[in-house]
Write a protein that binds this ligand. Sequence first.
Ligand SMILES: [Zn+2]
Length: 837
Amino acid sequence: MRKVATAIALLSFLAIASSQELKTRPRPVTPVPQTSRALANNDPVYLALRNVKLGAEVIPVHGFRMHRDAGIFTFRSGAFYLLEPVNGRTTGAVFLGDAFFSLTPPTEVERRYLKILAKEEFVEQFGAAVFRFTDGTEEELRKAMDKAAELPSGDPGGLLKETQDQLRKRLKENLDVRLLQDLLSSQKGGKFVAFIHGRRFSGKLIYDIDPYGVVSYIPDPGPIFEAGPRVHEFFRLAPEEVALTAWDENHYGIWTSFHFSREYEAGTASSGEQNLPFVVTHQKLDTQIAKNAKLDGRAETSVTALRDGVRVLALDLFPTLRVDWVAGQDGQPLSFIQEGTEEDSDFAVLLPKELKKDESYTIITKYAGKNAVSDESNGNYYPIARDNWYPGQGFSTYATYEMSFRVPKGMKLAATGKLLRTVNEGNESLTEWESHAAQPVAGFNFGDFKRQEGRDLGNHYDIETDVNAESPSVVNSLRGSPYAGAMGTLSTVSMMKKAMAEAQVAMDLYTDYFGEEPYKRLAMTQQTAFNYGQSWPGLVFLPISYFFDSTTRHFMGYGNEHGFFKSLGPHEISHQWWGHTIGWNSYRDQWMSEGFAEGSASIFLQLIYTEHGLDEYREFWAHQRKILTDTNPQGKRAIDVGPLTLGYRLSTARTGVNITRDLIYPKGAYVFQMVRFMLQDNTVKDVDGRFKALMHDFTKTYSSRSATTEDFKAMVEKHMTREMDLEGNHKMNWFFNQYVYGTDYPHYKLENSFSFDTDGTVMMNFKISQSHVSDNFVMLVPLYVQVTKGQVVRVARIPMKGNTSSERRVRLAGLKVKPDRAMLAYFEDVLGEIENK
Ligand SMILES: [Zn+2]
């Protein structure tokens, strides 16, 4: 134990040494102050793209076919109206005529899901489409010219204008920035996007191809997801390069998304692929927040190019944070792009020259605005912009951070990273922070906090709880209501001990299970939201309802059924490991973050909240099964719609808005749970020892970077037992194919009786059946007996294959009295419908 502590002390010393080195990185020259927004949206090439119109060139076609990855356009008749050239290049064309578009995705999972959404083979008929591209499509069109073909009637210019308006005002996606990246680069562009006015499935279809990874184009905040600060994240389809999206009310959803077909052929398709043009490596953020919640920011953002020819940096910045100016690393003013708050306000910066692969550059951005933080009164502030209050890249990359915050005097601030110092200057309180390790995101919370400090039980981390001294106005308004007498206390301060205690226990428990996390401290903070919690590195946002007593919660309609308030804290705390220490690069892998967090909460319920035995734990798992198998208004059960790896794409108009939430959390938790229990060894003191070794190995290997589903599979295979090797190939294909990439939901039934053998040994006769599965479905089914009240032991794990039953008679050696009962999956350790007779 002592040795471990010494090693850790050394590590933290080394970390400090290297972070001091960071401070010596050359600072950009302080820029000359500029007139506010003088260089906004002023680049001539950008303006030409923004205002592009039809040119003079018209190409009639007849029986022309065009392949774009897995999509095939067949133009029976009609004409293309080319756009006027920008910077000497053609960036689009409008088609009018008679055509159809067919698409067969390159993977089985995608073919199956597209069929669920389209209800048939996907072949869309259309009479009009707008194409935008930088991939040289115009040359292919020119070659297809058929001078004898008849010109169609219609208004191609009007169609182009309509698409431009939709992008700006409805989809709020600045496609011109994306095209500009290619037009200002010396490298060949590869962007291709078709806005298809379909007749059969949807009049608003977008088929998009992008070597940098596609965006989903669903309006933000879209109809799919509830409005919330992280709404932006859910729309990243990168690193996948090809997608089909429908965005009309009745069909919205990402119908298919995949990598370039050639990557599947070459076996290189991976959700771990990093195909962004550049990554942010370091941020120095100086932020001031006024009493009225107006935010003033200055960001020094260092980037490294991942390919040649990077000239335009597209960054994510909250729309109401308006950029005053941007400077280059030599202090020179830079042109930037940021359209109106209510339009396609994506932020982008034009560098003075293009970067070569591995070349780094630092820009300074000065920005300010309201509505990124909300003043909720009485010293309560609500950070609305959670991951884009500074110009960054969302969750796709890890960067180091230096930060300073100035907030009104008397307010306390908690941020990601290590607190270096706190100073009161005039009417402001200044704090300075530095990241302990590279983080996927940075954030803060502040207010008139009452603060309590402590350490976790294992003495590895500093812990603090921050709750508001006074209630926000939304809660105070309840106080004056005629029902106020029926409510419990509305003060959150009295419950801050619960947050501290949960953090002290959970951080220690999870360090034992998963290994030490790199952020070294944890702040459990209150936020003025009733219905969700959120976790950032070293910083947890807890809903105000978490701090209320049960009387108040009951009054407000928040029962504690299925243990939401018991699992919330542990779930968010475990995100320090799942989502932060180990991140995800693709929506395909996000199920691990949420599923493992739910699985971690379950460990907490099983081992810590034990006043009522396993009641809380069972209630939790019963709820997981319920949401997996409830039928929604669209007639779908989450468990059937698609596999975990479809992630946020599972919510669409046809499948229902609840599907993502109701699949990836509970089913991801089951995957975590089943791996844990298959590894359990009841012959040793630490029954979870093998599972802990697996998870320690996983977090250590992928610390401060992203892991894919396949990385986790390989890790399970490294730690699997002989018993788990159901296919005899030392692979976990059977398990991942069924539960992660598949949609099986097996049913199990146990019938049993006990008798005595002639020598007095207890004999168990049992019959286990497995049903509702495919013929090749295999599982290791755990069988338990309760020997005395409360004492349950596992007798065996029975391998089962297909729709079958297994009948056996076994000696329960060492038992002299008959057990009370026998049960399958007593610890909720198998996904499925379980019937114990
Ligand atoms: Zn979560």
